[in-house]
Design a protein around this ligand. Structure first.
Ligand SMILES: [Zn+2]
Length: 254
């Protein structure tokens, strides 16, 4: 089996601000729309490859700003979720989706086990291992981290507009999400809701479960409607708001 990534495409996992002193570890599984050269375009049009099905527009930029404000380490996947969605376990069909929203993904149709394994090895395992290594080393240093995963979602899904602007998502451990929703109140600048536009029943809490719940660490997944973070000004407003909310919430639960 040929490897999917060539040496010159580099490490699929990026880690920034590794020497951070703050408790938060930011994770961005859908940071990039880059495809490995070996996979071509997956049979998709340029329009599809620029859209939210390939990545979470704005999520990485917001994460980087939050990493500065929170003095947080940021871990992100450098390749598109269309190749491997790092927020899904290898056995999930959604890890390599044959269809994403209204787009069929021809390059993902009928993948055999060898092809699935190659993608898992190329993108998922390095991501999972880098993050778990970071978490374990922080715990060993006596600085148990807080896991915050950063995402963006499309304002129109299957033709329907979405009113929610920021989603605070959680799985079984609700500590941080509860504190953030309490801190946000109902009079804030954004329409902010619990477990919207997705929730644990949609399978979106894999990273939280794998790295947060499994280690007893406070954790939350944040979903931002991507029209709010399409330019630098919007990214700054949202990042400042979320960093402020996290700071308040972390001091409330400690
Ligand atoms: Zn996402």
């Amino acid at each position: 089996m040929m490897g999917i990534l060539t040496g010159e495409e580099g490490d699929p996992v990026a880690l920034e601000n590794g020497v951070a002193r703050g408790p938060v570890v930011l994770v961005c599984e859908h940071a990039s729309r880059l495809l490995p050269k070996a996979l071509g375009t997956l049979g998709l049009t340029e329009e599809a490859l620029e859209s939210h099905i390939a990545w979470d527009p704005g999520a990485l930029a917001v994460s980087r700003l939050m990493a500065q404000s929170l003095d947080a380490t940021l871990v992100f996947q450098r390749f598109s979720r269309l190749v491997y969605d790092c927020n899904r376990p290898p056995e999930s069909p959604a890890a390599m989706p044959e269809k994403s929203e209204v787009f069929a993904v021809p390059g993902n149709a009928g993948l055999d086990q060898a092809a699935r394994d190659a993608r898992t090895q190329a993108l998922y395992l390095p991501f999972r291992d880098r993050l778990s290594g970071l978490v374990k080393s922080r715990i060993a240093e006596g600085r148990a981290p807080v896991i915050v995963t950063m995402h963006s979602f499309t304002p129109v899904y299957f033709g329907k507009p979405r009113a929610v602007e920021i989603g605070i998502l959680h799985d079984a451990d609700t500590r941080l999400a509860d504190a953030m929703l309490a801190a946000a109140g109902s009079a804030g600048p954004f329409d902010i809701r619990r477990n919207e536009p997705y929730g644990p029943e949609d399978g979106v809490t894999h990273t939280l479960r794998e790295h947060g719940l499994a280690n007893g660490l406070a954790n939350v997944m944040i979903e931002v409607r991507n029209d709010l973070v399409k330019d630098e000004a919007g990214q700054r407003v949202v990042a400042d708001y979320l960093a402020g909310l996290l700071k308040k919430s972390l001091s409330a639960i400690q």
